[in-house]
Every structure is written in C-alpha cells, then in structure tokens.
Design a protein around this ligand. Structure first.
Ligand code: ATP
Ligand code: MG
Length: 335
C-alpha cells in the first residue's frame, strides 16, 4: 500500500522555501486522499546546538504551521518524532546497515559542518540515517521533500535495499520514491542565488518567513539581490546565468500559479522597480491567510499538544508491528 511520510525540523521560523517545497505539497497529497504522516522531527533538530526551551517552543510552532497550511489532523497523522521511539531504535539498526563511505558522501553534512567538521556533532553526520529510519519505520513509499533532500532519499533507498539483501528479506522495505517536482522545489536565498533559502541561515534578509508582516516581506524583496544586467528578460533563455532573477521569477510563478514563461512575457523588458513590488504583493496575498491561521493556532498551545498526542498514537500504531518485524528479522530479542 502507498503511504506518504515527510518531516520538518523545528530549527526556527519556517520560510517560503519550506512552504513551497514541502508544506504546500503535503496538503495536495492529503487532499488527493493519500495516507499521510507528517512529523516534526525534533530529534533531527538536536544535531545543531539548540536551547531546550527553544526546541520545545519550535516543536509546537512547526506543528502549528502544519495545521495553518492546511494539514488536517483528522486526515493525516501530525506528530513529533520523539513520541514514537521506533525512529531512534531503527536509526541505530540502520547505523549498522549503512556504510561509512555512503554517509561521507552526503553534501548536507559538509554544508552544515562548514570548515570545522571535527567539531560537528556525530548526530549531524548520521542525520541521514535517522531520516531513513523516519521514513522506513512506516514503510513509507512516497516522500515529498525539497530538492535539497534528494541525496538523502537516495541513501534511504540504498539502506532499504541493503537491509533487504543482507537479511535475506526481499521486499521487506519498499524503496521510497522522492516527490520533488514542480515549482518551489528549490527556492534560493534572497541574498545569494546559489544558496538555498534556509531556516538556519544567519541572515534574516535571506529568507521570507511565514510569520513575516507584509511590510517585512516587501522590504526583504526590495533588498533582494538582483544583478547588474538591468531589466527583466522576456524568455526562459534570458534567465541563464542570472540565478537571483531566476529565483524571484520562480517565486512569482509559484505563488501565483502562472507559468514562468507567462511571468516573463508580462514583465520582460521592465526594471526590477516594477517587478519587485508586484512580487511582494503576490507573496503577501498568498501567505497572509496562512500567517493569520498560524497566529490563531499558536495562541492555544494546549490544543497543539492534544493534536500531537493524538497523532503520536496513530503513528505508533503503524510503526509498532513494523518494528517488531524488524527486530525479529535482525535477531534482536524481544518479549
Ligand atoms: P535547516 O536550515 O535547519 O536545515 P531548512 O530550511 O532546510 O532548515 P528543513 O526542516 O531541513 O528546513 O526541511 C524541511 C523541508 O523543507 C524539506 O522537505 C526540505 O527539502 C524543504 N526545503 C528546505 N529548504 C527549501 C528550499 N529552499 N526550497 C524548497 N524546499 C526547501
Ligand atoms: Mg534542511
């Protein structure tokens, strides 16, 4: 049977990239009637230093954002990773299935650890193993993520395949398919068209947060980096070598639903002085209702906790028999 799983780390404010690349697609899958699990991956958030009180607050914030974007806890399981212990246990088992060389190739570790990899947490290194566990603990078949997670998904498939082979259990784990298509799969930083927009980017001006006011959004778009080539190009070819412009046009297309070609036909030949305010208006219009719902939901943290607790029960009920089968398969004693 098909099953959708995806997670978001409680590492700070959600941004437009998270929304367009992930959350918006989650809602579409839910509305298409798929069985969905959406997880606040709080154990992942510990791979970088975080104050305990912040981790807790941010966990509720991501849950609130799921709901604000249209995830319906009656249809989809919304829960925290830490509430289903299968994630951590399976991550250990997969630590023993994955090979060092596979994990050493992961570019996210290199990006996040920076120059001083010796000082990074071991958890940051094994992050993609825990992610494989998140997905396979439910035998999920489809994983909607942004383009940056493609490599981790490939590792997940490698782990599933290796497990199936090493334990002589053909087809035990499905090989999960990434769902990465469409506009918004890769939104770039507003300050650097070669870097993805990230929660953990130190520059606030690099991203549009879901909680930003319309004034903040307009200001960030106004200050967004463009280039010295001047006007907007009028066709897709003209975007070549202009990553910042390509990104802004991509955002316009994603929030309005118009094709990139149509956006360029409309704005080609005009200056950024004309395009940027239009982009700001379109972005604000798209985000405003979500931001409003988000604030309303956050005002009642006890209700968020009830939602997370109910979601945990649903997720646990799916994971428990799978985990038991896994233990039996690998020879881990259980009562
Ligand atoms: P962090 O910087 O802490 O890693 P993040 O912004 O990368 O935060 P994650 O929680 O790691 O957010 O990722 C949540 C989801 O959002 C993933 O599916 C990821 O692929 C997607 N995503 C993250 N950044 C972007 C982006 N710039 N464009 C499109 N999708 C994105
Ligand atoms: Mg990330």
């Amino acid at each position: 049977p098909e099953r959708v799983f995806s997670g978001i780390q409680p590492t700070g404010n959600l941004h437009l990239g998270n929304y367009l690349g992930a959350l918006k697609k989650f809602v579409a899958l839910q509305e298409a009637g798929r069985e969905c699990l959406f997880c606040v991956v709080n154990l992942h958030a510990m791979t970088m230093p975080v104050a305990p009180a912040d981790l807790l607050d941010q966990t509720r914030q991501i849950a609130a954002a799921f709901l604000a974007c249209g995830i319906d806890p009656k249809k989809s399981a919304v829960f925290a990773q830490s509430s289903v212990s299968a994630h951590a246990e399976l991550a250990w088992i997969f630590n023993c299935v994955a090979r060092m060389g596979w994990v050493e190739r992961m570019t996210q570790f290199k990006d996040k650890a920076g120059k001083d990899a010796e000082r990074a947490s071991v958890g940051l290194f094994t992050y993609p193993i825990l992610m494989a566990a998140d997905i396979l603990a439910y035998k999920a078949t489809h994983v909607p993520v942004g383009d940056d997670q493609k490599q981790h998904l490939e590792l997940t498939r490698d782990i599933a395949e290796r497990f199936n082979r090493d334990y002589d259990a053909p087809g035990f784990f499905p090989l999960p398919e990434p769902l990465i298509q469409g506009p918004g799969a890769r939104i770039m930083s507003l300050k650097d068209g070669t870097k993805k927009m990230s929660k953990s980017d130190p520059s606030e001006l690099s991203r549009i947060n879901l909680v930003d006011t319309s004034e903040e959004i307009a200001k960030k778009i106004k200050k967004a980096k463009t280039d010295l080539l001047g006007d907007m190009p009028s066709d897709v070819d003209g975007l070549k070598g202009r990553p910042e412009v390509e990104n802004l046009v991509g955002i316009y297309s994603a929030v309005t639903g118009e094709s990139v070609e149509a956006v360029l036909r409309q704005f080609g030949g005009q200056g950024f002085g004309a395009f940027k305010p239009a982009l700001a208006d379109a972005t604000v219009a798209h985000l405003a209702p979500i931001t409003q719902r988000y604030r309303d939901i956050l005002a009642d943290p006890a209700e968020i906790d009830r939602t997370l607790a109910a979601g945990a029960e649903r997720a646990e009920a799916i994971a428990a028999p799978i985990l038991s089968d896994i233990r039996r398969t690998v020879g881990i004693w259980q009562a």
